[in-house]
Design a binder for this molecule. Structure first.
Ligand code: CAA
Length: 285
């Protein structure tokens, strides 16, 4: 399968990552089917898309009619069977191996054998996810960054059995969505989270151990190294539960240097997950 053969794109999961991927695919001209398990999640996904498209129109990146056309190209569903005629599917469900494998089993039953199946996993093994399907050569990682409509990069991850054609197509598809790519082998955390998670955890530990206040740690890193957000602010942006999950996978696979910060676990236990719950390290309106 080549880029020209892809007309219809499926996205499994209408959460932050899924709805962002659906939006950028639709804005690039693909017909998109966005599926989640309940209608309320699909509707919430469309709300995010409407808000994001509105922001892109406000800063002249899209015209109102381009935004409307993109919106019209996205069909929402709770029925996985509606993805049966998709040429490429991106899975963006929760970071849980059992859940992802079950989605892949269902996709293998539902989709044509030539359909490319991508996972947006941020730390889990592509090879293990692909092991439950009869077409592992068509499975790869397409790891988008949050917020998907704004972030320019997509990490293309190569599983043990990912075929060369699938890989070429993965890069071409991401580029067609206006993204730039890099390639990573199927090792825990790939490139981005292997390096980012210890950076965030070290920021949290520095705060917990009294090196500086939260805002000074974030200012130190933004002003000192030209990143847009410091580690605590970025953790809140990503979601502390997501950071903890990724850190725990890395810790399990790579040992003690990836141990999650104690304060991160405590915040997640308290339900303070960052921007999405109104409080994390900082408070949000
Ligand atoms: N859709 C459309 N536009 C959006 C948007 C969205 N979802 N989110 C932000 N924007 C736009 C805003 O409208 C704004 O446009 P203007 O400048 O024209 O007003 C612009 O982006 C900047 O937004 P804000 O003013 O709200 O705030 P900001 O300047 O802090 O930018 C940010 C927000 C783009 C998120 C920026 O802070 C940033 O780049 N932060 C770092 C994000 C990052 O590192 N993401 C990767 C996380 S790691 C990951 O995702 C991988 C993983 O597996 C965990």
């Amino acid at each position: 399968m080549q880029l020209d053969d892809i007309d219809r794109v499926g996205v499994v999961g209408a959460g932050t990552m899924g709805n962002g991927i659906a939006q950028v695919a639709a804005a690039s001209g693909y017909d998109v089917v966005m599926r989640d398990v309940e209608q309320q999640f699909v509707s919430a996904g469309f709300d995010d898309i409407d808000e994001s498209l509105g922001r892109l129109v406000a800063r002249d990146e899209l015209t109102r009619s381009e935004a409307d056309r993109a919106r019209d190209r996205i069909e929402g569903t709770t029925d996985l069977a509606d993805l049966s005629d998709c040429d490429l599917v991106v899975e963006a469900v929760t970071e849980d191996m059992d859940v992802k494998q079950s989605v892949f089993e269902d996709l293998a039953d539902t989709c044509r054998t030539e359909t490319v199946l991508a996972t947006n996993t941020s730390t889990l093994s592509i090879t293990t996810i692909a092991s439950v399907v009869d077409r592992a050569e068509r499975v790869l990682g397409l790891h988008f960054m949050n917020p998907v409509p704004v972030m320019k990069g997509v990490e293309v991850v190569v599983g043990e059995k990912t075929g060369a054609d699938t890989l070429t197509l993965g890069h071409a598809f991401a580029k067609d969505l206006g993204k730039e790519t890099w390639e990573a082998d199927d090792k825990p955390g790939f490139v981005v989270n292997r390096v980012l998670m210890p950076w965030i955890n070290e920021g949290i530990r520095a705060y917990d151990e009294g090196v500086a206040g939260m805002a000074d740690i974030d200012r130190g890193l933004t002003l000192g190294t030209n990143v847009p957000m410091g580690p605590l602010e970025l953790a809140d942006h990503i979601g502390l539960d997501v950071v903890l999950d990724a850190s725990e996978t890395l810790h399990e696979e790579l040992g003690d240097r990836y141990k999650p910060a104690y304060l991160l676990k405590r915040k997640v236990a308290a339900g303070d997950l960052g921007k999405k719950t109104g409080a994390g390290f900082y408070e949000y309106d």
